[in-house]
Ligand binder design. Structure first.
Ligand code: SF4
Length: 83
């Protein structure tokens, strides 16, 4: 089962928790807001198996529930601002 991830950058508060537990998935823009490194937050590239545990840790630790995970690629219409 493939998983896809993107950050809701409207609700992310830039706390830094996700990048601490999943540095291969998340990075921060110049404002400190998180985005997925995998595909510049488009949510279209599957998360590799070896990163799934990190992803789950990041989801569990996000205080604003801003990390969105789906079993299908996120639709282009749901893309948010470019990173
Ligand atoms: S853990 Fe959540 S609120 Fe904190 S930086 Fe990551 S996405 Fe944003």
């Amino acid at each position: 089962m493939a998983l896809y991830v993107k950050v809701d950058r409207d609700t992310c508060i830039g706390c830094g928790a996700c990048g601490a537990v999943a540095p291969d998935i998340f990075d921060y823009d110049e404002r400190g807001i998180s985005f997925s490194l995998l595909d510049f937050n488009e949510g279209t590239m599957p998360v590799s198996e070896d990163l799934v545990d990190d992803l789950e840790d990041a989801c569990d630790g996000c205080p604003t529930n801003s990390i969105k995970v789906e079993e299908e690629p996120f639709a282009a219409s749901l893309k948010d601002e470019a990173v």
